[in-house]
Design a protein around this ligand. Structure first.
Ligand code: UDP
Ligand code: MG
Length: 319
């Protein structure tokens, strides 16, 4: 057992009472195959303030398989990003992987990922969805636009369709843990830390049970947070729009002055004036909103609040 490498599996769970047991069964099958590859696993379930029986199920599981199952239960819902961070922080493995509890991330791929990371010179083997079957078309459309925009305005490459599901070396995990920011956007962080990543491609798989927690607006907000976290382009946009309208105003001053001198027509144009006032007022508020968004994030960041708070772990279980 000593020379076996340990893979820590981080599984964020929010209201996953129906999925956890199915997930565990599926993963146990893969564990046999991993053992043949000289790899041991440990499960780190992170209960992100679930409102259903997730915690009860995790307690049961940790008692049943105390050798391998660990869990961290938050004091409330802190979001998937916080759950990932908590999992990575507590992982002891030589390799760490992050997996959804709903089996949308196929556990079988882990064997191939492990082989790749060992045999080829990679620090991380990620997964990419090449299809978005089973997803509403409008959502896919916005998702594609999001990747197009963020990749154009950010220096950090955000790979289209890349899932959080990935196997990373200890070195890369430690690098990720160095980033202690409060507003975490993992898709960006994974890429920002660098290291060599290979993507395995697979077709989208639908959830085994339960429902996704992502609403359309939730995703929209997440995209905006991602842009704010990894690009300053919107701020530059605000200044450019300001500069352009200023130049336009100067030109207009000359045009109107000359027109008045030549045609002696000073009073007409009330409608256009109102349009200009409203238009510029709107633009100003919009730009102020952009600045405000960054300021808000900075404000939260300066408070240095903890990323998550733990209420219970498997160590609190009495036998
Ligand atoms: N999740 C979490 N906290 C949240 C929302 C989701 O830990 O606030 C977990 C959830 O239990 C699942 C994973 O994050 O294991 C991905 O969530 P989901 O399946 O809803 O997202 P999708 O796969 O649709 O992107
Ligand atoms: Mg899912």
């Amino acid at each position: 057992m000593d020379n076996k490498e340990l893979i820590s599996i981080v599984i964020p769970c929010y209201n996953e009472e129906e999925s956890i047991d199915i997930y565990y069964e599926a993963m146990e099958k893969v564990r046999q195959n991993l053992a043949a590859e000289d790899a041991e696993i440990e499960y780190i379930f992170v209960n992100d303030g679930s409102k259903d029986k997730t915690l009860t199920i995790l307690r049961k599981l940790a008692k049943k398989d105390s050798e391998r199952v660990r869990y961290i239960s938050f004091s409330r819902n802190f979001g998937k990003e916080a759950a990932l961070y908590a999992g990575l922080e507590n992982a002891k493995g030589d390799f760490v992987t992050v997996m959804d509890a709903d089996l949308q991330d196929p556990p079988e791929l882990l064997i191939e990922m492990l082989k790749t990371i060992r045999e080829e010179d990679y620090d991380c083997v990620g997964t990419r969805r090449v299809s978005r079957d089973g997803e509403p078309p409008i959502r896919s459309f916005f998702a594609r636009q999001f990747y197009r925009i963020i990749n154009r305005i950010s220096d950090t490459e955000i790979v289209d369709g890349a899932r959080d599901y990935r196997l990373m070396t200890r070195q890369m995990v430690d690098a990720i843990l160095e980033l202690k920011e409060y507003n975490r956007f993992s898709k960006g962080i994974f890429s920002w830390v660098g290291f060599k990543t290979k993507y395995l491609e697979y077709k989208n798989i639908e959830r085994v049970a339960g429902e996704t927690t992502w609403s359309f607006w939730g995703l929209m907000k997440y995209s905006i947070d991602g842009i704010v976290a990894f690009s300053e382009a919107p701020l530059a946009f605000a200044s450019i729009v300001g500069l352009l309208s200023f130049i336009l105003a100067i030109i207009m001053v000359f045009v109107i002055a000359i027109r008045t001198l030549i045609f002696d027509d000073p009073t007409s144009g009330w409608t256009s004036l109102v349009c200009i006032v409203l238009g510029l007022g709107g633009l100003q508020l919009f730009c102020l909103g952009i600045v405000g968004k960054y300021l808000g994030k900075t404000y939260l960041e300066t408070k240095r609040r903890p990323i998550y708070l733990v209420k219970e772990t498997e160590k609190d279980l009495t036998a």
